[in-house]
Design a protein around this ligand. Structure first.
Ligand SMILES: C[S@@+](CC[C@H](N)C(=O)[O-])C[C@H]1O[C@@H](n2cnc3c(N)ncnc32)[C@H](O)[C@@H]1O
Length: 242
């Protein structure tokens, strides 16, 4: 609580409700499948997993349904109390925490897997909480993610580059693998509205762009997902706080 920088940090109640409705439609199931595949080699019933910036808990729920992970060893952390309230309603057997990725409140060196999906990345904190040989799994949007929607809501689409891992490597983590996959999904008017509310696009898009998106009855969009896996070298313990 003492590290909060605003009264209601993170996603608002409305953003969380939109994300919950959107993800529950199953449209991002291929993304969950891609993350499941990435986590398969490192998952086992004793593994301690922290989903840092877990949102309303969709992905942790999907992972628990598909991998040999034990819910009592899984932690979902988000700075938004609304997100954690929703996540706790999704399932009550996981450890849900309202906290910040800057200083995850787990003992140093206690996590085997740290997942950060489309979330705020804070490497000193992540590296500290991972045990030696532990894995950081970064899931990020690639350059073509939602390109078709961005072409409608912005006068000019800002070209993005592929996610990099320099900062994570500077924090002492070793890049193990990097993979990118693209999927194509069809969105209807309701999905488009939910997607806009649950992302920063709602604030960044022009009024004309939002009106153009609202007038669509469907849009085919690309999902461009990049997963990087980094390892904390053995012989490097957690350090400073608990
Ligand atoms: C784009 S959403 C992704 C949520 C979830 N990982 C998913 O993919 O559905 C980013 C999440 O990070 C949370 N967040 C933002 N800043 C944070 C911080 N400093 N520490 C922890 N969570 C944070 C937001 O509240 C939001 O739920």
């Amino acid at each position: 609580m003492q590290h909060k920088r605003s009264r209601a940090p993170g996603d608002s109640k409305e953003m969380v409700a939109a994300r919950h409705a959107f993800l529950s439609s199953g449209l991002y199931a291929p993304v969950a499948g891609f993350v499941t595949q990435a986590l398969t080699p490192v998952s086992h019933p004793q593994a301690v997993l922290l989903d840092a910036g877990c949102g309303e808990g969709y992905y942790l729920d999907q992972l628990l349904g598909a991998l040999p992970l034990a819910p009592e060893h899984c932690y979902g952390l988000d700075i938004s109390k609304w997100a954690i309230q929703r996540a706790a309603r999704r399932r009550c057997d996981v450890n849900w925490l309202v906290s910040t990725n800057r200083q995850p409140p787990l003992a140093p060196g206690s996590a085997d897997i740290l997942l950060c999906m489309f979330g705020f990345q804070s490497y000193p904190g992540f590296s500290d909480v991972l045990g030696p040989g532990g894995h950081l799994v970064l899931v990020e949007a690639g350059p073509d993610h939602l390109r078709e929607l961005r072409e409608i809501i912005y006068p000019q689409v800002k070209e993005k580059s592929l996610p990099r891992s320099d900062a994570a490597q500077a924090a002492g983590l070793r890049l193990v693998s990097s993979e990118r996959k693209q999927y194509h999904i069809a969105l209807n008017t309701k999905h488009l509205a939910q997607l806009l509310v649950m992302t920063p696009h709602l604030y960044r898009a022009t009024a004309e762009g939002k009106a153009a998106a609202a007038a669509l009855d469907h849009l085919d969009v690309t999902l461009d997902i990049c997963i990087q896996i980094l390892e904390k070298p053995t012989g490097q313990a957690g350090s400073s706080f608990c």
